[in-house]
Unconditional design. Structure first.
Length: 95
């Protein structure tokens, strides 16, 4: 199972800057999850592909497919909780 978190933001966005240390801590605590940080000003095509309208914008993916998106900052625990909920739901579905 491939898990990926994408954080869209910008250098001028204060909430995005406040989320940066949380994302860095997440990378260290959960190295099994690929984390990508995207600056919407530097990669507008990728932001458009993911239909980013507001930032910070978080995208959770499993096996290459988006299963959740959210606008706004979150705690490390809440970010990982979304992955855990998705994994649990998949396990229950296979039972």
């Amino acid at each position: 199972m491939m898990l990926k978190l994408i954080k869209f933001g910008a250098t001028w966005c204060q909430p995005c800057l406040k989320l940066n240390p949380v994302i860095e801590a997440y990378k260290l605590e959960y190295p099994e999850v690929e984390v990508q940080v995207v600056d919407v000003d530097e990669q507008p095509d990728l932001a458009k592909e993911f239909q980013v309208r507001s930032i910070p914008y978080l995208v959770w993916m499993k096996d290459g497919k988006v299963f959740r998106t959210q606008v706004g900052a979150m705690s490390l625990k809440d970010i990982h909780g979304i992955f855990l909920d998705e994994i649990k739901a998949e396990m229950i579905g296979k039972a």
